[in-house]
Design a binder for this molecule. Sequence first.
Ligand code: XMP
Length: 493
Amino acid sequence: DGFTAEKLFTQGFSYTYDDVIFLPHYIDFAADAVDLSTRLTRRLPLAVPFVASPMDTVSESAMAAAMASLGGIAVVHSNVPAAVQAAILRRAKSRRVPILSDPAFAAPSAVVEHDDAFGASPFLLVTDTGTSAGKLLGYVARSDWTNQTDKGLRVGDYMAPPPKPAPWNADLNKINEIMESEKSGAVALERDGEVVDLVVREEVERVRGYPKLVAPATVGADGEFMVGAAVGTREDDKERLEHLVKAGLNVVVLDSSQGNSIYQLEMVKYVKRVYPELDVIGGNVVTMYQAENLIQAGVDGLRVGMGSGSICTTQEVCAVGRGQATAVYKVSSIAYKSGVPVIADGGISNSGHIVKALSLGASTVMMGSFLAGSLEAPGAYVYQNGQRVKKYRGMGSLEAMTKGSDARYLGDTAKLKIAQGVVGAVKDKGSVLNFIPYTLQAVRQGFQDIGASSLQSAHDLLRSRELRLEVRSGAAQVEGGVHGLVSYEKKYF
Ligand code: XMP
């Protein structure tokens, strides 16, 4: 019954996730028993097959810490100077709790009349100089500032004293214990005698209120969260990479919309030669030919997708790309022979898309818009037509390229900039620590329906031709969604 993937994807059509549907198989295990552990690259295992895109409205330190704590990983974008990208990496790796922390500083004489002074931070550190270089005198939690009726007071007059220290890698339980025993509203995280961060009670309570994590966090041998980073393929990217490696980089992504180029092949060989310990992800690719070239050059992972992203206009502007379901299947069917894991990048807007990407051969999914608009995504919330939103923009949008990301989309000789992405906004989604566990559960249920108790078994079903699928007609796609109702609310959890 139905078609094999091999047959379906060799008919001359470019299919994407919504075009295809799997036929149910046989269930002899519970959804909770589905094992989604995987590999990002040849040598980097992940408990959860989710990767955050290297985009400046998605992946900075808060996203990196949150994704690693969940068992996934984030790839920090490169649309900033190398030193700033390295600092983002260090910040994510400086602690083992996925709290929001981008400390703001003030001198004791400062008067804080507006909460702008906190930036995105839940607290203000008061130092003698009012900068990170000064001696820590105390702190003001955002809630203490809110409750302070006389906003004309100097922060030095109502700050709390410097809190008790905990080791940098303490977990939430340990931090909570210290807060309880010290009857304190905060704990300072220390490493080698220096305060690297502060955790306030409201953050501990917020994070403890989310679903309990079961997957092991993504942590390296040094005990730090693992974090990836994007670099380009220009000469100065070699210097950037050196900065990142010194900051503890765990995996590098060579960020290009068309990865099968002489520039990338040379960069892959350079990275393999200079940093043999570092796994390198090449891409993006959508064909077997592109994939073969990068595999031969020595990539440890392949990023698949061209024009499938929600903010992408590459297919419109350049007339190249491929439907994402076809691209993932085709590239995976060659990459697995060399043991190179595939990352299905872009076009994920629901858990069903994730089930499809992973069952068609990908080992992980990379997501931009799915994670944008979360608490952990960079940027502030604003109101648009009565909705709370955060900015989400393509790295090939004019706005992002003005900041420097043009290397991904332009050849070396391009004199005129043409955008291959748009700037937009996405709805407030709350914390990834809340919606990712629910998404994972939905993916497990999809795996159960197709009879795959693990990612490996899904790939085995694909290759043994037991995975059966069909193309959905336009009417079948309408039928497969909610229809025929005057009004409804879509709520998954
Ligand atoms: P989603 O669908 O998850 O896609 O939002 C994220 C992926 O889209 C790619 N990307 C772009 N592609 N123009 C493009 O053609 C752009 O401006 C752009 N910005 C990001 C990228 O692969 C990302 O992971």
